[in-house]
Design a protein. Structure first.
Length: 320
């Protein structure tokens, strides 16, 4: 017969969507931290939406912990106790930095447990309006006719804009020269002013300038067209078959986190991402909600490590 004294705790666990650890403790029984990058970026935006939703669903505060630098948050989570109370929401830098650093001090597969691929953001190929090319095919032809004379702007090494351009160079067989900036805003300004001809910025950054005529959009880099850029084709459909590049964000726990906790967190994070208001806020920035299983996310990470790892090695990209 069920002990009446434990019935309230069981009911609470069912309602709140909690689980129990190997020691029998109810999870979560204290606040959860989600580490991410500096405030104001896409990772921070996503982390705050997820944290707000999880707080309501789990009945415990979920706190966003912003950490500067390209690797600080990653290293902290890699070394954190695998108890489900320290998570990370991060971009592909987490699994690609080891290709750009000899001393990354962590292994993206060995040291992390994937929870879910959260979002996928479109990137757009744009040129300065003074550039002769009006399509991807014309740009490729122009670059092949004038090898090494066309420049592309990007922010930090290994950023989505940088890797999208290097992947394009590799798959289109063209020689473009990188002009590096500390971040995307000055890089975007350089193409608007005509100092640089080409860039692969996030679609939300680019489209206001495209609509004003300060930039010309040629294609989106995603596998499918994007609603934020109606009528704009994909790079793959316009002359570079198989090309696809986007910024993806995912949630991880430290390796060794109990499977029951990973399962619970996957269910709850995916549940937050599926909320209509959350989806709408992401879509307003050109970002598609994904919400995958841990296994699907692990496969996506390994696929990017294979394809973009080769691009990084071939281009000699190093973290600056």
């Amino acid at each position: 017969m069920l002990n009446r004294s434990v019935f309230p705790a069981i009911l609470l666990a069912i309602v709140a969507g909690v689980t129990t650890s190997a020691s029998g403790a109810i999870y979560p029984e204290k606040p959860i931290r989600i580490l991410t990058t500096v405030p104001g970026g896409s990772s921070d935006f996503a982390a705050r939406l997820v944290a707000q939703g999880l707080t309501a669903r789990l009945g415990q505060p979920v706190i966003v912990d912003n950490r500067g630098g390209s690797i600080i948050a990653i290293q902290m989570v890699a070394k954190a106790p695998p108890d489900g109370y320290t998570l990370i929401l991060y971009s592909s830098s987490l699994w690609l930095l080891p290709f750009m650093r000899e001393n990354a001090s962590y292994d993206p597969v060995r040291d992390f447990a994937p929870i879910t691929l959260a979002t996928r953001s479109a990137i757009v190929l744009v040129v300065n309006p003074g550039t002769a090319a009006k399509s991807v095919k014309e740009l490729v032809a122009l670059a092949k006719a004038r090898p090494g004379t066309l420049n592309y702007a990007s922010g930090a090494s290994g950023s989505s804009a940088h890797l999208a351009a290097e992947l394009f160079k590799s798959m289109a067989g063209v020689n473009l020269v990188r002009v590096a900036y500390k971040s995307n805003p000055p890089a975007l300004n350089s193409i608007i002013t005509g100092e640089v001809q080409i860039m692969f910025p996030a679609i939300a950054q680019a489209m206001p300038h495209v609509k004003s005529g300060r930039l010309r959009a040629l294609a989106v880099t995603s596998a499918e067209p994007n609603a934020m850029a109606p009528g704009l084709p994909t790079v793959a459909a316009e002359g570079v078959p198989g090309y696809e590049s986007s910024q993806i964000l995912g949630v991880f726990a430290p390796a060794g986190t109990p499977a029951a906790i990973i399962t619970l967190l996957n269910r709850e994070v995916v549940g937050v991402l599926a909320l209509p208001d959350v989806k709408e806020r992401f879509l307003s920035t050109g970002t598609d909600v994904v919400g995958s299983t841990p296994q699907q996310f692990a496969a996506a990470v390994k696929a990017e490590m294979s394809s973009l790892g080769k691009v990084i090695r071939d281009a000699g990209i190093r973290d600056e």
